[in-house]
Design a protein around this ligand. Structure first.
Ligand code: ZN
Length: 136
């Protein structure tokens, strides 16, 4: 039996297509409103500040800080079950967006709030998944 595979996002979603397209080049994108400068993340077609649709894309450095996290010890999905225990964290990117991802460590006790982390990429055929690891 094949190893369980990570469920992947679909690439034909209107709002998130450009985000996932950029991950193929290992670029972590976010949006900013050209009208009111509100930072918009996750990707959308309209600004959450002023509802204007004039959003521009920017590339994050991939550096961030753990805002909060949890250790997952059980999962019903075969792929994630094979990863347990693993860390799911809210990560504040240096540019401002807060995103949910994993901090990959051999022991979840290595993760802490306020820890500096850096993106790394899990490669797939049509996109890459942004995961994080502690900055060493
Ligand atoms: Zn706006």
């Amino acid at each position: 039996m094949a190893d369980p595979q990570r469920p992947l996002p679909t690439l034909n979603e209107h709002d998130s297509h450009a985000f996932w397209q950029a991950t193929k080049n290992k670029e972590l994108k976010f949006q900013r409103c050209a009208n009111c400068q509100t930072l918009v993340f996750f990707p959308r077609s309209h600004c959450t500040g002023c509802t204007d649709g004039d959003l521009t894309w920017h590339t994050a450095s991939g550096l961030g800080t753990v805002y909060s996290y949890s250790v997952v010890r059980q999962s019903y999905h075969p792929f994630f079950r094979s990863k347990a225990p693993y860390v799911v964290a809210w990560i504040d990117l240096d540019e401002g967006p807060r995103l949910l991802s994993n901090v990959e460590v051999s022991d979840p006790a290595e993760v802490s709030v306020g820890q500096r982390v850096q993106v790394h990429w899990e490669e797939h055929d049509e996109l890459c998944i942004p995961l994080f690891a502690p900055v060493r």
